[in-house]
Design a protein around this ligand. Structure first.
Ligand SMILES: Cc1ncc(COP(=O)(O)O)c(C=O)c1O
Length: 449
């Protein structure tokens, strides 16, 4: 036991030394009002009085509100069935299947659906849950193939090589799955979905290429009534599965996979994260229904418009300042857009993003500075292993509940930090110069003795 403790403690202290030890965030409820630029509550529905009171009213009349009492395979769960039917209609999907979380849904899909002999190609920035699913699958590890972030050319090269090497893929006897996210949570980048779908269809004309799109961060914000990027681009019939999670913009928890009847049936039979767990509580399901009411009645759409306006505003304010900052101290990724039209259901690409990474080798310092302002601004410092070495950042997540003034304060905070850093660097340089001069004098005097 003590050897176990020693090993665990050593691993943690190694993380501590490398400044990558994870800790739970401390409560942000200080006496001062603060602004949350950290969570994925993009539409601020978690604090929406409208959603809260709709949820309370729905709870007061619902026949069941507490625990579901067991796995979906054990209990009839009528509210869950009704929500799935609604999701099928709303998203224009053949079938919907609920999961307790997006994590479970990805693990379920990727561990169960790809068969021995199949291939999974995945974007290098794909979520950890897809990795866990793939690793638990029966696909040989040599057939789990990463491609560079958003590179359709690299995806095409990998597919071409596979087709050259493997008769079964050429003949349609084996399948190739391509796993992408519509909006990536660390970079705020959008997958070029149309090009990816086109590439897969072109390279695998027998129909044995399948695209799976994780819409976790796009749900509720993009596409008609927040249906996501697949719907915004009219690709519903050309992807095998979509994942919509309820825990981010929809202020709930749980997730749904939209897919075919056969895949749904297979998951019900083989997906361990679905079979061996108690399904969502009724209260969960009711909360999700209320969030979907807000998508359908347009009130969430108003919030999404405001959110995307804030994204444009943030970049418009920050970009001019960054021109005078050394890019090795702070910069934005090249691919963030500001010029897109106002309508989030508009398909122009890429749309504005609520996730904005501020790339800096000193993310903890920047995040600490922002949190120390008279009105603390909470952002998230992200380092390896969550992002690659050399790609540390402070991630800003904008919310519909922010005002333009909040965003202005955030930009001012960032600019102040840059300036203070540069002043400190100049002072340090001057100090070392002075020291060198003094030492130089010392050496000169020694040589005279
Ligand atoms: C892209 C992506 N997929 C899936 C998940 C998992 O979703 P959930 O939080 O519902 O487990 C997340 C959450 O971090 C995510 O960012």
């Amino acid at each position: 036991m003590s050897s176990l403790n020693d090993k665990l403690a050593a691993a943690l202290s190694s993380r501590e030394k490398r400044h990558i030890r994870r800790r739970l965030p401390v409560s942000t409820s200080t006496v001062l009002p603060s602004a949350d630029f950290t969570s994925n509550d993009y539409l601020s529905l978690a604090t929406s009085l409208t959603l809260r009171s709709a949820f309370q009213s729905a709870l007061s009349v619902a026949p069941q509100i507490l625990g579901s009492g067991g796995s979906r395979l054990l209990v009839p769960a009528p509210a869950h069935v009704a929500l799935e039917s609604r999701l099928e209609r709303f998203f224009d999907a053949e079938k919907a299947l609920l999961f307790n979380s997006g994590f479970d849904a990805n693990v379920a899909f990727f561990s169960a659906i790809p068969q021995p002999g199949d291939v999974v190609l995945y974007d290098e920035h794909i979520h950890a849950s897809v990795h866990d699913g793939m690793t638990a699958s029966r696909v040989d590890s040599s057939s789990l193939i990463k491609f560079p972030h958003n590179s359709v050319a690299a995806l095409k090269r990998s597919l071409r090589k596979l087709l050259h090497e493997r008769d079964d893929l050429r003949d349609g006897k084996a399948s190739a799955f391509v796993a992408v996210e519509s909006l990536y949570s660390m970079d705020g980048t959008f997958a070029p979905l149309q090009e990816i779908v086109h590439c897969v269809e072109e390279m695998l004309p027998r129909g044995n290429g399948y695209v799976i799109v994780d819409e976790a961060h796009a749900t509720g914000i993009y596409g008609p009534q927040g249906r996501g990027m697949v719907a915004a681009l009219g690709l519903e019939g050309r992807v095998l599965a979509r994942l919509h999670t309820f825990g981010k913009a929809l202020a709930g928890s749980g997730a749904a996979i939209l897919t075919t009847e056969l895949i749904r049936d297979y998951l019900l039979n083989y997906a361990r994260p679905l079979i061996y767990t108690t399904t969502l509580t009724y209260a969960n399901v009711i909360a999700v229904e209320c969030a979907f009411d807000m998508l359908e009645n347009g009130s969430a759409g108003v919030l999404a418009l405001h959110l995307l306006d804030l994204s444009r505003y943030f970049l418009e304010l920050l970009r001019p300042h960054l021109q005078s900052a050394p890019p090795e101290l702070l910069c934005l990724p090249d691919n963030l857009s500001v010029d897109s039209p106002q309508d989030p259901s508009n398909t122009s690409f890429p749309p504005p993003t609520p996730i904005i990474p501020l790339l800096t080798p000193h993310p903890h310092s920047l995040a600490a500075h922002l949190a120390s302002l008279p009105r603390p601004l909470f952002t998230k410092a992200i380092t390896w292993p969550t992002v690659p070495v050399g790609a540390s950042r402070v991630r800003v997540c904008l919310h519909a509940g922010h005002t333009r003034d909040d965003v202005k304060k955030l930009v001012e905070g960032v600019v102040d930090w840059v300036q203070a850093w540069l002043v400190r660097e100049r002072e340090e340089a001057r100090h070392w110069l002075n020291m060198a001069e003094v030492e130089g004098v010392g050496v000169w005097m020694e040589s005279k003795l």
